[in-house]
Design a protein around this ligand. Structure first.
Ligand SMILES: [Zn+2]
Length: 210
């Protein structure tokens, strides 16, 4: 692994209840907030001009989960213009550390708290002019929300975590998919898509320095 490759461990959660389990502060002045910005204030994001793959992992034989993940990633592609190409089943190791230029979405038996719907961890590499390029995203989804009455949370949590996976942090507008608590929407809204534009294909090529 090259020396300039570094990782940001972020507990990016969508909580199922009213308890906010982490301290990421949203800024009421911002339409969107990036997870991380570079020294120039530009957002950390994927390079839309590089091949990006996505894999599914964790607990297998859960058709309900697999279908929802596929449709949610399709929504993400539509909303961002980033081309995530399906690359199969992730290995156990890949569910913990996403391979280079890969998004891995996994169903996991438990998270730090049973109230947490999902977490996302991003890997950044250094781009040109000290920019930050996302080069990996590891999403974990709580298996609890594929069962019973909690199932209604699965798609909203997936859409929320995938928002983190392209570089967005939280907002305090409860109608936005990046609101940190229990959310209900099953589709990205016009406002969500507007926020994604800074992180997506229309922002232009964003290559890693090499
Ligand atoms: Zn979150």
């Amino acid at each position: 692994m090259r020396s300039w490759l570094f990782k940001v461990v972020l507990i990016s959660v969508a909580t199922l209840g009213s308890v906010l389990t982490h301290g990421f502060q949203a800024n009421a002045q911002s339409l969107f907030l990036p997870v991380k910005t570079d020294v120039h204030g530009d957002v950390g994001r994927w390079d839309p001009c590089s091949a990006i793959e996505w894999k599914i992992g964790g607990i297998r034989n859960n058709k309900y989960f697999d279908e929802r993940v596929r449709s949610s990633v399709n929504q993400l592609v539509q909303a961002t213009g980033l081309q995530f190409r399906f690359a199969g089943i992730a290995s156990a190791e890949e569910t913990i550390n996403a391979p280079l230029n890969t998004l891995v979405v996994s169903l996991v038996p438990q998270l730090a708290s049973s109230m947490v719907g999902g977490t996302t961890r991003l890997t950044y590499s250094q781009g040109i002019n000290e920019s930050l390029v996302i080069t990996g995203a590891t999403v974990h989804i709580n298996a609890r929300i594929t069962k019973g009455h909690l199932r209604k949370h699965l798609t909203p949590v997936l859409l929320h975590e995938l928002g983190h996976a392209v570089g967005l942090a939280h907002v305090d507008d409860a109608s936005n998919i990046m609101y940190p608590r229990a959310i209900k929407q099953k589709k990205y809204t016009v406002a969500d898509v507007a926020n994604f534009s800074v992180f997506g294909a229309v922002a232009g090529c964003h290559p890693v320095k090499n």
